[in-house]
Design a protein around this ligand. Structure first.
Ligand code: PEP
Length: 246
């Protein structure tokens, strides 16, 4: 079980350190069943890392090139050097506002794996696609394009987050049945490509308006292995309650 908090573009450095400390100190005293990860903005990573002992660190993105003249970009090796162990890739906001597609994400995933970090690969359909019953096809294409070119060894480092775009930041959550159905579909897809063990070992997180009041009913499903949490991860108390829903 994994619960990861994606802070997006929120919190200044001092606020970020404070939140990280609060979450870390709580789980140091009260060990969680789940692996707990926080993903602050890039510029906080190194400082936040110094406040963490039990909670793991993730970035929210990484560059598609290794180094060089890419003004404003942050490479996987730079992220690794801060102490981060995970990198969120393919978040729907990266896809829609920054035009990231699954071919680009495949490249980013390879670079993150080369640095021995774990990609948290996000996939999910927009509302129109769900309404026209194309959600399985959309997610299948995303997973196949971004992940099927990996070797079995590389794939074993991947975490998948299913995040229906219509549920992100909207207050509308997928029903437990909708989450379970898609997670089972993704696991089957992985089984068909990488085999039974890879499918069984894979963590598939749900993301989309997860809060303390609905986390338990979502996490209870057999194919839901945790959550990727946005808004509720900005409040230590809510995030802690979600982690404790297991
Ligand atoms: C997210 O951004 O990954 C997310 C799930 O956001 P929220 O929990 O705010 O819907």
């Amino acid at each position: 079980m994994i619960v990861a908090g994606n802070w997006k573009m929120n919190k200044n450095l001092q606020e970020g350190i404070e939140l990280a400390k609060e979450v870390n100190d709580f789980f140091k005293e009260n060990p969680a069943e789940a692996e707990v990860i926080i993903a602050p903005p890039y510029i906080h990573l190194a400082d936040v890392a110094r406040s963490l002992s039990i909670v793991k660190l993730s970035s929210q993105n990484s560059a598609s090139e290794t180094s060089g003249a890419y003004t404003g970009e942050i490479s996987a090796s730079m992220i690794k050097s801060t102490g981060a162990e995970y990198v969120i890739l393919g978040h729907s906001e990266r896809r829609s506002y920054f035009g990231e597609d699954d071919d680009l994400l495949f490249r980013k995933i390879k670079l993150v794996l080369e640095q021995e970090m774990k990609p948290i690969f996000c996939c999910g359909e927009v509302l129109k696609e769900r309404e026209s019953d194309m959600h399985f096809e959309v997610v299948k294409n995303q997973v196949e394009t971004a992940l099927f070119g990996l070797s079995p060894e590389e794939f074993s480092e991947i975490v998948i987050a299913y995040e229906p775009v219509w549920a992100i930041g909207t207050g509308v959550t997928a029903t437990p049945a909708q989450a379970q159905e898609m997670h089972a579909f993704i696991r089957d897809l992985i089984r068909s490509k990488f085999g039974e063990t890879a499918a069984d070992d894979l963590s598939i997180l749900y993301g989309g308006s997860c809060k303390p009041s609905n986390a338990r009913e979502i996490f209870e499903n057999p194919d839901v292995d945790g959550g990727l949490i946005g808004g509720a991860a900005l409040h230590a108390e809510d995030f802690i309650k979600i982690v404790q829903s297991f």
